[in-house]
Design a protein. Structure first.
Length: 346
């Protein structure tokens, strides 16, 4: 049997530690999900009515987890009715001196409408995201601190709040300073950073870098999480613009994995429970396997347990065809508990 390299073994152990962390994803309040902020040029009634529709689009993005859904034609009537769902609003001035309209909608009613329309719904359990931000600019490498680089962090907080993402900002105390450097992030030495992240008990860790390029900036978000992992990149003339573009793409990716309720109400959808899932690779193995089965049209993660995962599966046929398909492979075996409970084979 081939031995794993030391670096790969360390990375796997750190990811397993993060996956086994007892802290569950934190819950965001329904009230907060129904809030949005939009820029307005004036306080005229017509402007306000249009701003309500724009704000409701932002709430739809926050609730579904994916910006693509805000232009879905099924939402046209709901957006036209935006004023009737408003519960509170107020004008305020942004840090840049521009006028903004803050709006709070009847979030429970919006959720019900999205489900009735068959759209996916990202539940209120959201991952706690720990962020490490490294900046390379003017031939200098540095970590962005929450105190010294307040402008960067306030921008990230604003984007995260608009998408319903819960942030953990590093303390950047002596322990962090001794274990993490900008070079770790910029050069891709992620295992040391992930190891140092474990004390924060995050649901996911984002290694973020912004680098100055000829004519602009590039940004990269590398996500390590128990539910979703990946890399998202963007380029733009301004550093924060590139950083935000990559961030928004990352959240879209997380949202596509986490959104479940729309599929739960779809035709021919069933809930299946898979046990004996002990690692991130086990989770991806099961999800990919289910997606490739002939009777399966679509798969979404519903509930993560300590050693099990419940999926919503939309079928082309019925559940008996799904059970027959799993018997042909050597990935899952039926459990005696129920027809739609399976155990992952080693």
């Amino acid at each position: 049997m081939r031995l794993l390299s030391a670096r790969l073994l360390m990375l796997i152990l750190v990811m397993l530690a993060l996956l086994a962390t007892p802290a569950a994803a934190a819950s965001i309040s329904l009230e907060r999900l129904g809030e949005a902020m939009v820029a307005v040029p004036d306080r005229d009634r017509g402007t306000r009515q249009r701003a309500f529709s724009e704000a409701l689009q932002e709430v739809v993005v926050k609730m579904t987890g994916d910006r693509a859904w805000r232009s879905d034609p099924r939402l046209e009537e709901l957006l036209r009715q935006a004023p009737q769902w408003v519960r509170q609003y107020r004008y305020q001035e942004s840090a840049e001196g521009t006028s903004e309209l803050w709006v709070r909608f009847d979030a429970a009613a919006i959720e019900r409408n999205l489900v009735d329309l068959g759209l996916p719904l990202w539940q209120r359990d959201r991952p706690n995201l720990l962020i490490w931000l490294a900046i390379q600019q003017d031939n200098e490498r540095r970590m962005a601190h929450t105190v010294d680089d307040l402008e960067w962090w306030r921008a990230i907080e604003s984007w995260a709040n608009a998408r319903g993402i819960l942030l953990i900002e590093p303390l950047w105390d002596l322990e962090d300073q001794s274990r993490i450097s900008a070079a770790d992030i910029l050069l891709g030495f992620e295992e040391g950073v992930l190891n140092a992240s474990a004390r924060y008990e995050p649901d996911a860790v984002a290694l973020v870098r912004v680098q100055q390029r000829s004519g602009g900036f590039s940004a990269r978000w590398q996500l390590h999480g128990s539910v979703h992992s990946g890399v998202w990149e963007a380029e733009a003339e301004e550093a924060k613009q590139a950083l935000q573009q990559a961030f928004e793409s990352m959240v879209d990716g997380i949202g596509r994995v986490m959104a479940t309720a729309g599929l739960a109400h779809a035709q021919n959808s069933v809930e299946i429970n898979i046990t004996d899932i002990h690692s991130l690779s086990d989770y991806h193995r099961v999800r990919n396997y289910l997606s490739e089965l002939a009777p399966v049209q679509r798969v979404q993660t519903h509930i993560l347990g300590s050693d099990s995962v419940i999926f919503w599966v939309q079928l082309r046929g019925d559940s008996r065809e799904l059970a027959r398909a799993t018997r042909l492979g050597n990935v899952l075996t039926p459990s005696a508990e129920s027809e739609l409970t399976f155990r992952l084979l080693p």
